[in-house]
Design a protein around this ligand. Structure first.
Ligand code: ADP
Ligand code: MN
Length: 515
């Protein structure tokens, strides 16, 4: 909104007939000119806005100081959310009106005019009301209960008693609703006047602030729309989530895509500021977006379906939630590894199917995979022994088997090996856990034997060194048969006793942070 226009409004004399319906002033005039600096000054805009509002509705101030709003009622956090929801609803209505007009203008004409660029609701926000969850906890959904009750049709707060009592003063609310129309004059709020709306002063103020920032943001996004790499690779819901992370300041910028795999897309981002002081966001982050297209995940069912940690939840969940569980699983597994001191990305946050972690690499350049880096024979040997130890730690301290360990999922950074990609990792007692471990051992052995590390154990030796299971078979077929027999034994035991077999319990129960 142009602040100068607003400034002249309160003193406007009697105007055309439609104006007389708007006792608070003229919604919009277009003729005033002013310097660019003035237009750009947000501070000035706010001041002028306040001035104008106070001039138009001096009595509202009196209500604000009355019995309904006292000094202690200064918490506006829920109001802000209401305000944002309200704004969003207004935006939608505005867009709906725009669409109607677009349709009217275009009619049956072969050449049509698009109003796309005038839309208020950017694609990011169009879906935002649906199953919103907390940043960290995918199970708890703090917003869900609020939204349907506080946003009835039109997005206005319906009955006063639906919100906290300090906000439902009817007169004040109605006045604020009227003022709200006034502060966004170019905004086609349509039938708002005819509706019996009540808006508290706090909501009003939050909404007002939001309206300003929203307009700037909207303009900015229209500008940037074409330039973002991240946006092209992900669906609108993911885009919204990523966008929110940037908007919240958690991430500074999302620079681009590092990797597009079958099951995930990984982006690089510069870290922003954390909302809480005790948590530091790394300067560079990797964002792993688990693909929500389900086909690729079908063959991974076996990893998670049989994982007792997720067993109860698996059967009840819809496919979209299962995808989120992959992200959640990776988070839990990385946390365990972090505690054991295994070099791996550090978890920054989890939001639905998006996992933000620290970036392994520097200046947007990811550390090379072990398969892509040429190491000196000394480093090769060093890497091998490091991996041997990491596999043991993973098994014994983290109670995990990587299950996709290979030179593709190990990065070489800072003179050491970093393990990544642990969404599919399982506990050794997983019905196929030992088979997965054996496969991991085979990949590692082969890689280092081919890479000229004479000391590298063969896969069976490595398996025993990691698991301490001392399987004695001297050929692969027998070895695998023994592994499967062990798995079966364990599975039967679980079926019969609901407990793990003693061979696995040497390092105690799974860590407490797992469900
Ligand atoms: P996928 O399931 O697609 O293999 P990964 O977790 O292996 O998923 O990530 C794919 C690629 O993205 C990796 O090979 C690596 O190059 C890059 N990558 C993933 N996480 C990070 C990270 N934390 N830091 C740097 N690069 C990463
Ligand atoms: Mn990978």
């Amino acid at each position: 909104m142009d602040p100068v226009e607003v400034a002249v409004v309160p003193d406007a004399g009697p105007g055309p007939a439609w104006q007389s319906k708007c006792p608070w002033g003229v919604p919009n005039t277009t003729s005033m000119s002013c310097s660019l600096a003035d237009v750009m000054s947000e501070q000035l805009a706010k001041e002028l806005q306040l001035e104008e509002e106070n001039a138009a509705f001096p009595e509202v101030v009196a209500v604000a100081e009355g019995p309904f709003i006292t000094g202690e009622n200064i918490d506006t956090s829920s109001d802000l959310m209401l305000a944002q929801m309200l704004q969003m609803e207004f935006d939608r209505e505005y867009d709906a009106q725009l669409r109607r007009e677009e349709k009217k203008i275009n009619g049956d004409s072969k050449v049509s005019i698009s109003f796309e660029n005038y839309r208020k609701v950017h694609p990011y926000d169009s879906d935002s009301s649906e199953d919103e969850v907390d940043w960290q906890d995918t199970r708890h959904d703090p917003y869900r209960a609020d939204k349907p009750t506080t946003t009835p049709r039109k997005g206005f707060i319906g009955k006063g008693k639906d919100i906290t009592t300090k906000h439902d003063e009817v007169v004040c609310g109605r006045k604020n609703t009227a003022r709200m129309e006034n502060f966004a004059p170019e905004f086609q709020v349509g039938d708002g006047i005819g509706m019996d709306l009540k808006l508290s002063n706090q909501v009003f103020n939050a909404l007002k602030q939001h309206a300003y920032s929203e307009e700037r943001r909207s303009a900015r996004l229209h500008e940037k729309k074409e330039h973002s790499t991240a946006e092209k690779a992900v669906d609108p819901k993911t885009r919204l989530l990523l966008y929110k992370m940037v908007n919240a300041g958690t991430l500074e910028t999302i620079t681009g895509c590092i990797s597009t795999g079958k099951e995930s897309v990984v982006f690089h981002a510069y870290g922003g500021k954390s909302a809480t002081e005790d948590k530091v966001i790394p300067p560079e982050c990797a964002i792993k977006v688990f693909k929500t297209t389900l086909n690729e995940f079908k063959n991974r069912d076996k990893y998670i379906k049989d994982d007792y940690r997720f067993k109860d939840r698996f059967s009840k969940l819809n496919p979209r939630k299962i995808i989120r569980m992959w992200a959640e699983k990776e988070m839990h597994n990385l946390t365990r590894m972090q505690i054991a001191g295994i070099p791996c990305p550090q978890v920054v946050m989890l939001k639905k199917h998006i996992l933000v972690m620290s970036f392994i690499g520097q200046d947007q350049v990811p550390a090379p995979k072990l398969k892509d880096v040429t190491l000196s024979s000394e480093d090769m040997k060093k890497a091998y022994y490091q991996i041997l130890i990491m596999m043991q730690q993973l098994y014994k301290e983290c109670n995990l088997v990587h299950a996709d360990l290979s030179e593709y999922n190990m990065l070489w950074h800072d003179g050491k090996v970093w393990l990544i990609d642990v969404s599919q990792s399982v506990e050794p007692t997983h019905p196929h856990g030992l088979e997965f471990l054996f496969r991991d051992c085979r990949n590692v052995s082969q890689f280092f034997q081919k890479g000229g590390v004479a000391e590298a154990l063969n896969e069976r030796e490595l398996f025993n060194a990691v698991s301490d299971l001392n399987i004695t078979a001297d050929n692969e077929v027998d070895f695998q048969a023994e592994i499967e027999a062990l798995e079966k034994m364990n599975e039967d035991h679980v079926q019969n006793h609901g407990q793990k077999l003693s061979m696995f319990s040497s390092d105690g129960d799974p860590p407490v942070y797992d469900e």
